[in-house]
Ligand binder design. Structure first.
Ligand code: AMP
Length: 288
């Protein structure tokens, strides 16, 4: 049975409950994995899944293995009642809300190493993060067996890695990348934005401003990767409340830093600390 707006999704908390909830649901099945604390960025993925599939499944699971920092994990916002309201409004049929034991049953020990693409950019600053992401995504895809799974382009490296593991390991589902949803001033929506102090909230637009500066430079004919990186760095350097981690201009599939003049598509991405909150943003430019 398909839930319409007004019907709460069926909540499955164990692998067995999920299996039961999925029996007899019509295909195709769309899947949106999340860590909860849903905002309009998540909702855009849920709505896209609703538009393109007969059954929509989401997961809400704060995956401990992708946090390197126990304080960060403990501080992660959780509000299941509000999330289920949003899921209902977006027309989700089944919400998988497992505890840690349901995802990693006693004795589970397998992890996935996505290779070199997991060790650059975010992976360089967050060792083990993408192994945690890859492993939980593989488990969830195995349990949900979707026809399509939806991921945000804001987390650009995550999207590249998920595409890669699905291809390499022949996991089920076509991976669909979805555009970044932004606040009116350009800040990419993120569950972490709520942790920004008011003065830092204004400064946080610096990531988007840096992307725009590089995109505009590229649009006006500058194709040198170094010049594009320098443009992003200069914007962040001018914002006293922000501390840059990296500004990258890379090949969108292998994530290797681009050198020299560029003709094909480029992934611009950056990470910065703004008032103690680590923020990321990304944009692909030069797509044909
Ligand atoms: P998270 O709950 O942070 O793990 O995010 C769940 C999914 O939502 C991931 O695929 C994210 O890339 C995606 N997402 C998060 N923020 C946004 C946003 N502002 N716009 C589009 N998708 C997003």
């Amino acid at each position: 049975m398909t839930a319409d707006a007004g019907t709460r999704p069926v909540v499955a908390r164990t692998r067995a409950e999920l299996r039961d909830a999925l029996v007899g649901t019509p295909g195709p099945r769309g899947f949106v994995p999340t860590m909860g604390a849903l905002h309009d960025g998540h909702v855009s993925l849920l709505r896209r899944a609703r538009d393109e599939n007969a059954t929509v499944v989401m997961s809400i699971f704060v995956n401990p293995t992708q946090f390197e920092d126990a304080t960060d994990l403990a501080a992660y916002p959780r509000d299941l009642a509000a999330d289920l309201d949003r899921a209902r409004d977006a027309g989700v049929d089944v919400a998988f809300v497992p505890d840690v034991e349901a995802v990693y049953p006693h004795g589970s020990s397998t992890t996935i190493d996505p290779g070199a693409i997991a060790r650059v950019l975010e992976g360089a600053s967050r060792p083990g993060h993408f192994s945690g992401v890859a492993t939980v995504v593989a488990i969830l895809l195995g349990l949900v067996a979707p026809h399509r799974a939806y991921f945000g382009e804001k987390d650009a490296q995550q999207l590249v890695i998920v595409r890669r593991i699905v291809r390499d390991l022949a996991l089920p589902g076509e991976i669909v990348g979805c555009p970044t949803v932004r606040e009116p001033d350009g800040l990419a929506m993120s569950s972490r934005n709520a942790r920004l102090a008011p003065a830092d909230r204004a400064a946080a637009t610096v990531l988007h401003r840096a992307l725009l500066a590089a995109r505009d430079l590229h649009g006006s004919g500058t194709t040198e990767a170094d010049a594009l990186r320098a443009a992003m760095r200069a914007v962040v350097a001018a914002e006293a409340r922000a501390r840059l981690d990296y500004a990258s201009v890379a090949d969108p599939e292998i994530l290797e830093e681009a050198q020299g003049p560029q003709v094909g598509p480029l992934l611009l991405s950056l990470a910065a600390d703004v008032g103690g909150v680590r923020l990321i943003d990304a944009e692909t430019i030069g797509r044909p």
